[in-house]
Design a protein around this ligand. Structure first.
Ligand SMILES: Cc1ncc(C[n+]2csc(CCOP(=O)(O)OP(=O)(O)O)c2C)c(N)n1
Ligand SMILES: [Mg+2]
Length: 401
C-alpha cells in the first residue's frame, strides 16, 4: 500500500468510530462513512516537490521569478531557525518554565513563505500558532516566551511589528483583519491585511461573516487558512466534504490551494494575493495544505486520536527537507551553510531561553490593570477577591504551614 492510500482508512476509521460513540448517548447523530479522500493532499499547486525537484507552474512561477539561490537559502534559514525556536519552546514548557506551548513543527513553509511575502506596511492578524510570522515580522526573543509564561497579556507592540496580539478565540481575528482592511481602503493606502487561521476556524461563524464583509466591500485582505489537518482531535475530513479553498468562491472570493509544505509555493501564492489586495482587486483566499507534526499544544497527546502511519506520511513531505534537497541538487547547500544556520538558530534560542529565565514575574494583581481604560465595578470586585485569596497564603506562611 502506498503512503497516500494508507491515509484514506485513517479518516474512514475516524468517522466510523465517532458514529458508534455517539449512538450510545441521547444525542444520536449519524455520519456517513467517507469512502474516498474528501480532501486529497496531493491536489495542490506546488513549485517544489517533496524530493526537491523544481516544478513549473503557469500561475505561480512569475511570482517567484526573483528568488535566486541566495534568497532560497534565506527562506531555508528562516524555516530552520523557526523549527529550532519551536523546539526550544517545547523544551522550556517541559522544564516547567512556560505554562503552555503550541508547536508549529511541520508548518514552517506556510508561515515563512507567507510572512516573507508581506511588506512592512501590511498588517497580520494571527492565531496562537504563527511563531514564524511573529519572528519574520520582528518579534524579540522575549516576545516569543513571555505570554506563554503568563508574565504579560502580550509583549509585542502591534504597531511596531505589524502583527496584532495573537488570537486565542478561534476565527475571531478574521473579522479584525477585515475591519482593518476596510480602514486601509478608506485611508487610500496601498497595503493589505492578512488573516491567519486554521482549518478548524473554517467552521466558525466569524470566518463566514468576515468573508461576507470582505467580498461585499472588496476589502484588501488575504485569508490564509493553514489546513494542518487537525483542529485539536477533530480531523479536517469531519468538518468539510470539499477542500476548504472551494468554499471561498461561494462568497465571491477567488482562492488557491497550495502545498503548505512548499515554501516557494506559499511565497508565490501570498505575493499574488497581497498584490491583488493592495491594488484594489479585493480579497483572496489561500488554503495552505500542511500538517501539524506535533501535538495541538503541550497539553495534548495526539497518539490518542491519530495514526502513526499518518505522521510517517507527512514526515516524507517535510518542508525543510525538500528545500535542502533542492539546494543540494544545485550545489548551494554545504556544511558551511548548515553550520551557519545552526549557529543562527543556537544564538536566537539562547536569547529566548535567557529572556524566559530572566523574566521578573509581576505582582499577580497587576493582571487586571489594563483590561479596561476606566475603572469597572466587576473588575474591582475581582481585584478585591483575588487580593484576599493571595493574602491567605501570607497567613499560611506566617503560621509556618
Ligand atoms: C471560539 C473558540 N472555540 C473553541 C476554542 C477551543 N479551541 C482552541 S484551539 C481549537 C482548534 C483550532 O483548530 P484550527 O483552527 O484548525 O487551528 P490549529 O490549532 O490547528 O492551528 C479549539 C477548538 C477556542 N479557543 N475558541
Ligand atoms: Mg488545524
Amino acid at each position: 500500500m502506498s503512503a497516500a492510500s494508507a491515509m484514506t482508512p485513517v479518516s474512514e476509521r475516524m468517522l466510523l468510530t465517532r458514529r458508534v460513540r455517539c449512538e450510545g448517548t441521547t444525542m444520536v447523530y449519524t455520519l456517513a462513512p467517507v469512502t474516498a479522500p474528501v480532501d486529497s493532499v496531493e491536489d495542490v499547486a506546488r513549485l517544489l516537490s517533496p524530493d526537491g525537484t523544481r516544478l513549473p507552474d503557469r500561475h505561480l512561477d512569475a511570482w517567484v521569478a526573483d528568488v535566486d539561490p541566495s534568497a532560497l537559502r534565506g527562506l531555508y534559514r528562516d524555516m530552520a531557525v523557526l523549527r529550532r525556536v519551536d523546539a526550544e519552546g517545547v523544551a522550556l514548557q517541559r522544564q516547567g518554565q512556560l505554562g503552555l506551548w503550541p508547536p508549529c513543527r511541520g508548518q514552517e513553509a506556510t508561515q515563512i513563505g507567507s510572512a516573507r511575502a508581506m511588506r512592512r506596511e501590511d498588517f497580520a492578524f494571527t492565531s496562537y500558532r504563527e511563531l514564524g510570522v511573529f519572528l519574520t515580522r520582528g518579534a524579540t526573543p522575549a516576545d516569543v516566551v513571555l505570554t506563554w509564561r503568563g508574565e504579560t497579556h502580550s509583549s509585542m507592540d502591534p504597531a511596531q511589528v505589524g502583527v496584532a496580539i495573537p488570537q486565542i478565540i478561534i476565527g475571531a481575528q478574521t473579522v479584525h483583519a477585515v475591519g482593518y482592511a476596510m480602514g486601509i481602503q478608506r485611508d487610500g493606502a496601498e497595503a493589505a491585511s492578512m488573516a491567519y487561521f486554521g482549518d478548524g476556524a473554517m467552521s466558525e461563524g466569524d470566518v463566514g461573516e468576515a468573508m461576507v464583509f470582505a467580498a461585499t466591500f472588496g476589502a484588501p485582505v488575504v485569508f490564509l487558512c493553514t489546513n494542518n489537518q487537525w483542529a485539536i482531535s477533530e480531523p479536517v475530513s469531519l468538518q468539510s466534504r470539499i477542500p476548504l479553498s472551494r468554499r471561498a468562491p461561494g462568497y465571491g472570493i477567488p482562492s488557491i490551494r497550495v502545498d503548505g509544505n512548499d515554501v516557494l509555493a506559499c511565497l508565490a501564492a501570498t505575493r499574488w494575493a497581497l498584490d491583488r489586495a493592495r491594488t484594489g482587486a479585493g480579497p483572496a483566499f489561500i488554503e495552505a495544505v500542511t500538517y501539524r507534526m506535533g501535538p495541538h499544544t503541550t497539553s495534548d497527546d495526539p497518539t490518542r486520536y491519530r495514526d502513526a502511519a499518518e505522521l510517517a506520511f507527512w514526515e516524507q513531505r517535510d518542508p525543510l527537507a525538500r528545500v535542502e534537497a533542492h539546494l543540494r541538487s544545485i550545489g548551494e547547500f554545504d556544511d558551511a551553510f548548515r553550520d551557519e544556520v545552526a549557529a543562527a538558530a543556537d544564538e536566537l534560542c539562547g536569547a529566548v531561553r535567557t529572556a524566559c529565565l530572566d523574566a521578573r514575574t509581576p505582582e499577580p494583581l497587576t493582571m487586571l490593570d489594563d483590561v479596561y481604560a476606566e475603572p469597572h465595578p466587576a473588575l474591582d470586585l475581582q481585584r478585591e477577591r483575588l487580593g484576599a485569596y493571595l493574602a491567605s497564603f501570607a497567613d499560611d506562611e506566617e503560621a509556618g504551614a
